[in-house]
Design a protein around this ligand. Structure first.
Ligand SMILES: N[C@@H](CCC(=O)N[C@@H](CS)C(=O)NCC(=O)O)C(=O)O
Length: 279
């Protein structure tokens, strides 16, 4: 059972923070959950939200303004940390875009990162954990995220469309093999073999698939986002979706930057999209 660290009344429901031992990571991990009041009587759809570089399990719950909408839609929200913490790996805290706070939602294969940096497997473990211990309907789980977390959400969903049945992203790193953040992370965690990178690249994955999400995929992107052309490249994912026959809606918004003022503006639309898809 996860250990409840704190609980707060929020929009008629409960905002909780948990700690548990993860077998995938081999260390304690923290995650947050919003339970709407409707969770008192029935199993509800749940959305996993993956945050971006430098964030933790608290960022989404304090900055995205999602609880008000999740309370109305009757949806549970779950947000993990963005990496293992205090692993003892030398250099873990040296960079903001690699190591702690930058787990990239993959299973590292190169030493010394491979022992604990296993966020891909961790997400599958966390999904099982919340279905077993909270009123989550395991048939109705989806995933979304921002930037590095948008990359994670797209990859987790594309590789597990039977588990994550609805997917969206805010300003995702959409072609990580081809951008500086992704190249640094993939080289460090996966080594130089680009074949291993493809399994964690949403644009590469999509090219090999046949429209795994019939309800479509939703992406919101700010046009004043300073990372758009250097790091994010939603156009690459757009091309891959067109090749795969995958319906994709990218909404491009003039004036919006990369931060949580942008995310909170479009949060309601994403939760409505997922509620419709998950039923
Ligand atoms: N530290 C970086 C920016 C890192 C960044 O923008 N992180 C995004 C995710 S990729 C974020 O959500 N930061 C936390 C926040 O905005 O509250 C910089 O100086 O350019």
């Amino acid at each position: 059972m996860p250990e409840l660290i704190s609980e707060h009344a929020c929009f008629g429901g409960l905002q909780r923070f948990y700690r548990h031992h993860s077998s995938a990571i081999g260390l304690p991990m923290r995650f947050s959950v919003f339970l709407p009041s409707a969770a008192a009587g029935e199993r509800l759809p749940a959305m996993f939200y993956l945050a971006g570089l430098t964030c933790n399990e608290e960022t989404f719950m304090t900055k995205a303004g999602a609880q008000r909408h999740a309370a109305r839609e009757g949806m549970i929200l779950v947000a993990p940390d963005t990496s293992p913490r205090d692993t003892g790996v030398a250099g873990e805290l040296d960079a903001w875009d690699f190591g702690a706070g930058a787990g990239f939602y993959l299973d590292a294969t190169t030493a010394p990162w491979s022992e604990h940096y296993r966020m891909y497997s961790y997400l599958l473990e966390l999904r099982e954990l919340v279905i077993a211990t909270l009123p989550v309907d395991g048939e109705r789980t989806g995933i979304f995220g921002h930037s590095m977390g948008g990359h994670g959400a797209l990859v987790l969903a594309l590789r597990n469309p039977d588990l994550f049945r609805s997917v969206s992203a805010f300003a995702p790193i959409a072609a990580p093999s081809l951008c500086p953040w992704g190249e640094k992370a993939f080289t460090g965690y996966l080594g130089a073999d680009h074949a291993a990178w493809q399994r964690y690249d949403a644009s590469e994955l999509m090219r090999t698939m046949q429209a795994p999400f019939p309800d479509g995929i939703l992406i919101d992107q700010g046009l004043a986002d300073k990372f758009l052309t250097t790091q994010l490249r939603p156009d690459m994912f757009e091309t891959a979706c067109a090749q795969a026959g995958q319906r994709l809606e990218i909404r491009r918004h003039a004036g919006y930057d990369h931060g949580y003022y942008f995310i909170s503006t479009f949060m309601e639309a994403h939760l409505r999209f997922h509620r419709e898809n998950l039923g």
